[in-house]
Design a protein around this ligand. Structure first.
Ligand code: F6R
Length: 601
């Protein structure tokens, strides 16, 4: 998730574009840059937050684009910062999203003599655009042609030296145009220019827009079309949260988009293949004896989910350790143990300590993280990115889903390479992964039912979450969410454990929330729910219809997608925790005593 900004009008563009970037820095803060339209273009870009960027004076430039980056391809370095230019610096481009087929385009351009100066997927776009200009296109028709060549998700804005206009397009990444009196604005999100105009047009996938001072023309398949102008009523703070009251709820709702990004370009269902940017040395996976996952908190529960997938798909022993408790024990040949640090931030001191111990003892190490360039990526042999975009709410939500999904891809990939996952089984797994965003959307559409459930149980004495198999880490994660944002007592248990002690805590004031879906041994779990109901506990169950749930106080439905069904069920638990906390007016995005990144041991 990056932020794009554009302005064309009668005032100097530099300060306006810079102001827009400052408003969008929550979308990424790895690097920032601007391109101001003069002859030639004036470009400034660098790593670091927007505040570290010095925007050139260029008082005569009244058109410009800008970008704040959350890295997906290529680490946060100055050359990888946007805007990108092609061979001749005639055009500059900013991009949010992923160009899936950039490698083949880059190869073809390099063979034709193009030199590249970054590791990004984006840089192919200005090269292609320049080639189309040479072929006689203008910037608009050039972009139309380029869009036919690229695959992936993108919002793109481009400018050309000496021409006061911006052309832009989108596919599965947001882009909104703002209409001023004598000016036009462009951004990933209205927050960027809300202080200048509230009249906006949301572009749709496939639209190509041309922005000039005070006029915006939208094209589709070469024809001019009308798009509605809407007036935004939100204040700047609400707009940054996409109209939601809290980042956490926004991030819960972002999960379908985040997961599409996680999966983008990595899944080939037809072939039953997975394409990750991690290449293990020849023969390594065949000789692999064990995979150890180390993590904390939510990342630890995501790892517990993933370890089961690794054992199932890759037929390898997989263990999970709380990072602060971890000691490496890797047998006679430590290299045959792969140790995976799972950490959203990449900065968690406990996890860094654990992976250092593993690497120091001779194990091969891999980071699974959301943060390019983070400390963990410098400690490990390889890194795999979950691509969830920045997460601002302290309680992890979308990153849990993206961690499990990325690790499921890894498990399928290792399984295919070790020959333990047949192509037909892999196809089924990948189909399920591909249907995850849609399945989660179905849950989000049922939010009103969760609100009613939260209202019913908000005054409970305590909450118990139970599940088996993949439902067990989801139960633990559900309880953690409720604890951290609602400050209510909540515990997650393996469903079968309830009768070995915790059942003594059950009363008519302690709701039991359960995962009753495929991948969570629903029939056995339902027996445990019945045991709790016999002690008068109210029962809430997430079900995919495989077991009879008529006796429950609240049933929440999910579509069945194999071993990933409990991951979908988890979204109900996230919403439940959110609404219980909201009803109690808790500080949801910044719960007391907690920090987003825990950099002390
Ligand atoms: C809970 C939460 C924490 C983190 C934990 C690890 O909502 O966010 O439990 O999961 O502090 O953080 P990372 O994944 O950044 O290593």
């Amino acid at each position: 998730m990056c932020g794009i900004v554009g302005y064309v009008g009668s005032e100097p563009a530099g300060p306006i574009v810079y102001g827009g970037l400052e408003n969008l820095d929550y979308r990424g803060y790895d690097s920032a840059g601007v391109a101001l339209v003069e002859e030639p273009l004036t470009i400034a870009k660098r790593t670091g937050e927007v505040s570290e960027l010095e925007v050139p004076g260029a008082p005569g430039a009244t058109c410009g684009i800008g970008h704040t980056r959350w890295s997906t391809h290529g680490p946060p370095t100055d050359p990888n910062a946007h805007p990108h230019t092609g061979q001749t610096d005639e055009v500059a481009v900013v991009h949010n999203g992923i160009i899936e087929n950039y490698e083949s385009i880059k190869e073809e351009l390099q063979e034709a003599g193009h030199d590249f100066s970054s590791d990004t997927d984006t840089e192919v776009i200005p090269h292609l655009l320049e080639r189309e200009l040479e072929n006689g296109h203008d910037l608009l028709s050039g972009l139309e042609t380029v869009v036919d060549m690229i695959e992936g998700s993108y919002a793109i804005a481009a400018v050309r030296a000496g021409h006061d206009r911006i052309v832009a397009t989108r596919h599965e990444s947001p882009l909104v145009v703002g209409h001023g009196d004598d000016a036009s604005f462009l951004a990933s999100d209205v927050t960027a220019f809300l202080d200048r105009t509230r009249d906006v047009t949301y572009l749709e996938d496939g639209d190509i827009a041309r922005l000039e001072a005070g006029s915006v023309t939208v094209y589709r398949d070469g024809d001019v079309i009308d798009r509605d102008v809407e007036t935004v009523e939100w204040d700047a703070d609400a707009a940054e949260k996409g109209g939601y009251e809290h980042y956490m709820r926004k991030e819960i709702h972002e999960q379908p988009t985040a997961l599409r990004q996680t999966l983008s370009g990595r899944v080939d269902v037809e072939r039953g293949g997975v394409d990750l940017d991690v290449a293990f040395p020849q023969g390594y996976l065949e000789s692999l004896e064990e995979i150890q996952l180390v993590a904390c908190g939510t990342s630890y529960y995501a790892s517990q989910y993933a370890a089961q997938l690794l054992e199932e798909f890759a037929d390898v022993r997989a263990t999970v350790d709380i990072a602060s408790e971890y000691t490496f024990d890797g047998g006679r040949d430590p290299w045959r143990t792969l140790v995976i640090a799972v950490t959203q931030s990449g900065e968690t001191a406990d996890t860094l300590g654990a992976i250092r111990r593993a690497g120091g003892a001779g194990a091969r190490t891999l980071a699974v993280t959301n943060t390019l360039g983070s400390s963990v990526t410098r400690e490990t042999d390889d890194a795999l990115f979950i691509r969830a975009g920045p997460e601002i709410g302290v309680a992890a939500t979308k990153t849990f889903a993206s961690q499990v999904t990325t690790l499921a891809l890894l498990a399928a990939d290792i399984g295919r390479q070790r020959g333990t996952l047949a192509a037909t089984d892999a196809r089924e797994v990948l189909e399920h992964l591909r249907s995850l965003p849609g399945a989660i959307q179905q849950v989000l559409d049922e939010e009103a039912r969760v609100v009613a459930g939260a209202e019913q149980f908000v005054d409970a004495d305590a909450f118990f979450f139970i599940g088996r198999q993949f439902g067990y880490p989801v139960a633990l994660e559900g309880a953690l969410k409720l604890k951290e944002i609602a400050y209510d007592h909540a515990e997650g248990f393996a469903a079968g454990e309830l009768k070995h002690g915790p059942l003594a805590l059950i009363t008519d004031e302690t709701p039991v929330l359960s995962v009753l879906t495929e991948g969570a041994r629903p029939a056995e779990t339902l027996n445990n729910v019945t045991e709790a109901q016999a002690r008068e506990a109210p029962a809430v169950g997430v079900t995919d219809g495989t077991v009879e749930t008529d006796s429950l106080d609240l049933t929440l439905e999910v579509p069945e997608i194999g071993a990933l069904t409990p991951l979908v069920a988890n979204v109900y638990f996230q919403l439940f925790a959110y609404h219980v906390a909201d009803l109690q007016e808790r500080s949801i995005d910044k719960p007391r005593n907690l920090a987003k990144s825990v950099t002390v041991e």
